[in-house]
Design a protein. Structure first.
Length: 416
């Protein structure tokens, strides 16, 4: 490992994920210095940035977050002229000049690894010098590795570059090749939770027994939504995005199904539907996963107790803590901040129902007519079990940002 490469972390953006990533790394102290690019003036003075950093409506004050009720102020050595401060012993520098990734002073500040949390630069096929900026601009500006805190978004027909990869810690993080990959997507909070809910079932049953699957995420509000109703922008297609999140349950979309195939390729072989509903809470979300399994002779029937035992065993062997199982009756606020898990399975609410499905073989694609003529009864019956599983996740700090931190540190450790 190049020791120097692991010392300084760059963070582009100081929104929800950017600020909470600072909190995470200020507590973790793997990096001894952090450079944060804001790219614009903030408030009336540098103190307004500090005010923003040290308190949070959802997670409270930074000192209490790091050290509990006895915590004392953790921000010190503020130098407004230099744009520097110390957060819990970690040197932090704030850049406010450039917004285009290629112009940010990563090289000058020796930030070899950069986490882009803006959500703006997500197409790894774009050149570094495109007018509106691109994720590869960070490389041109001096970074060696760039992690996007969101799924990649490629234009229709484009192919993922060889040096780009999407990973979820604990699922396919080993797909990252330090000698090959420069641009890494950490997927989304929903994909992260979903992957950890589905992987134990695939490992136990095999992909061939999964007939179909669907999910709906009951998701907390995000910064892209409106506090009050707003007139849509020109060309807007989804009018619901402009409605008040304070007063509405809002149907929306999620790219979790598409992103899931990047981290669990086997999922491309079955039908999968993913939907999303936004609700008026600050954080704490829930995935309702519905899986349809084919029952097989001489195999243990798929019942609630079996499904829960699969998750219990997976949680026990998952030493990194990314999967948790509980029989407690939780509400969404119970999983905010802690525990540190991608998914918390609510075993109390796991349900299964087995029934027979009649299939007319004459209507099944791929069966030769000559074969059908040899079958006396062309209507056959198969046993199918539908299982409903609930998985909680803190879509901000506890689930996503903590795992983004693990991804960042693992990449830094592997840098040469």
């Amino acid at each position: 490992m190049n020791e120097k490469a692991s010392k300084t972390l760059g963070i582009n953006g100081l929104g929800r994920i950017g600020k909470l990533s600072l909190w995470h790394h200020a507590g973790r102290k793997y990096f001894d210095s952090i450079v944060i690019n804001v790219g614009r003036d903030v408030g009336k003075s540098f103190q307004d940035i500090i005010h923003y950093i040290e308190r949070d409506t959802t997670y409270g004050r930074l000192d209490s977050f790091l050290h509990g009720f006895q915590g004392e102020p953790v921000i010190s050595d503020v130098d407004e002229a230099a744009g520097t401060l110390v957060v819990n012993g970690v040197n932090v520098k704030i850049l406010q000049k450039d917004r285009n990734p290629k112009d940010i002073e990563w090289g000058v500040n020796d930030a070899k690894i950069v986490v882009d949390t803006t959500g703006r630069f997500l197409d790894p096929t774009l050149a570094a010098d495109v007018p509106k900026g691109a994720i590869r601009g960070h490389i041109e500006a001096g970074a060696q590795k760039v992690i996007a805190s969101a799924p990649f978004k490629l234009k229709e027909g484009m192919v993922m570059p060889d040096d780009a990869v999407t990973t979820v810690m604990g699922i396919n993080d080993k797909d990252y090749d330090p000698m090959k990959h420069q641009v890494i997507s950490n997927a989304s909070c929903t994909t992260t939770c979903l992957a950890h809910m589905i992987k134990p079932l695939i490992d136990y049953f095999g992909i061939e027994r999964i007939l179909s699957a669907s999910m709906a995420t009951v998701h907390a509000a995000t910064g892209s939504q409106q506090v009050l109703d707003r007139l849509p922008k020109s060309g807007a297609g989804d009018l619901r995005k402009n409605r008040s999140i304070l007063n509405n349950i809002i149907l929306t979309t999620t790219g979790a199904a598409k992103a899931l195939q990047l981290v669990i390729p086997e999922m491309s072989t079955i039908g999968f539907i993913a939907e999303s509903v936004r609700i008026p809470t600050a954080t704490g979300s829930l995935i309702i996963l519905v899986m349809n399994f084919q029952e097989e002779l001489n195999k243990k029937p798929i019942r609630r107790e079996l499904v829960n035992s699969i998750y219990e065993d997976a949680a026990k062997t998952n030493t990194n803590g990314y999967l948790m199982f509980t029989n407690k009756q939780n509400v969404s606020s119970d999983i905010i901040g802690t525990p540190r898990a991608a998914a918390v399975i609510e075993g109390h609410e796991t349900h299964t129902r087995t029934g027979a499905i009649n299939i007319n073989l004459e209507h099944v694609r791929g069966i030769d007519k000559s074969v059908l003529e040899t079958i006396k009864d062309q209507v056959t019956s198969i046993q199918v079990t539908q299982s409903v599983i609930y998985g909680w996740y803190d879509n901000e700090m506890a689930s996503y940002v903590n795992m983004l931190g693990d991804r960042t540190v693992s990449i830094a450790e592997a840098m040469h």
